[in-house]
Design a protein around this ligand. Sequence first.
Ligand code: HEC
Length: 415
Amino acid sequence: MYQPAPKTIEVAILPAAMFRLGLLALSSLFACGGAMAETIPMDQISHIHDLAVDPDHPSQLFLATHNGLFLTAPDGTATRIGDSRDDFMSFATDMENAAILYASGHPPGGGNLGILASRDRGATWQQAAAGAGGPVDFHAMAVSRADPKVVYGMHEGLQVSQDGGQSWRKVGPLPKETFSLAGSALDRDTVYAAAMGGLFLSRDGGKNWSAAFMDQHPVTLVEVSADGKLFAFLYGVGLVVRDETAAKWEVRSGNFGDRYPVKIAIDPTDPDRLHVVADTGAIVTSKDGGRSWVSYMGHDRETPELVAGARKTYEEYCQACHGKNGVGERPEDMSAQDEYGFVAPALDNSAHGWHHADGNLAHTILNGSPRNPRMLAFKDIISEEEAKNTVAYIKSLWSFRSLACQGALHMKCMH
Ligand code: HEC
């Protein structure tokens, strides 16, 4: 499967030397003042290893990255939490206590972190345990939905803690090439593993595994919602869902093109709200249980009312050139030109509108195109808010693939 090329964004704020000198008082002063808060566009974060909904503010997501922990906002920015630059390979929240987070991975200098716990929403971390035979580096972790004291971790097989991460024991091997784990909402000893060879289930805390279905498709992720729905992504099939106790699966959506989600977070306050990290690193959101998808970036503008209003704006000012539903001025001839260059391009999936980030699209709408004067500056005709909502309308025409490949991430989709 396609793996994004390694690329890191380092935004140094406090020189590492300050920490070495023990000037922690100074760093907490900065953190309290907020003046040095590091906020960056989400598409500049490389290597999102895991994500979780902030149960206190469900429109925000915790992102466990290669370079510390971030909290996102729907405007498409992410703000660093705490000072950690650790490579958080796995991450989990305790749904009963929103302040408690777990993480594992490596420190920037190498070695393994063991299991870290934070009791202050990620501002500070303590090592809760080294793990069995540790320090471990869990590449997958899951808190049981049935009993949050039960935590599962993957490091050379499966490990389990029955006391909220304080003590750990090795359970045994996991299915080959396991990508993710999920704990049942019904039973503390039932655990699921998404693996290259399919979806697997254990009813005895991970000692014995059996195939959850006969299908051999690779399963890139598995998760259980607070209300007991089991979600899995089958490569080549799509996002499938069933009640934990049901036999039949429902395919919620199948139109992922050549992209696939690698991590999922289900909103504990609204199980129809899902957020996935695509293989490209984009975060894509569903508000209807996985049937349709929008970008996390700008998803607060993707309400039926705002999109319907923006559709009217589009029909009034844009459709004459860009065509109905954004098909373009000459959909039958994509290379049609006028005296200035190419005619009004398609804004749906078929041209390359999705190569631009939201901000760039809004900028073109407000300021026009320097290359073709037919694309007017609309800033005296529509407000900035209307332009941003028009971007949301345009994006409502896009497939999961275009959403996952938007902006800077499109380079990862050129293969
Ligand atoms: C008179 C024709 C015309 C109208 C009306 C028009 N456009 Fe355009 N638009 C164009 C042309 C031509 C281009 C190509 C510009 C270029 O090649 O740089 C363009 C480019 C764009 C682009 C950049 C697409 C890309 O892939 O780079 C966006 C976004 C866009 N228009 C949105 C809008 C919106 C939204 C409206 C209505 C508010 C609108 N346009 C109205 C002709 C028009």
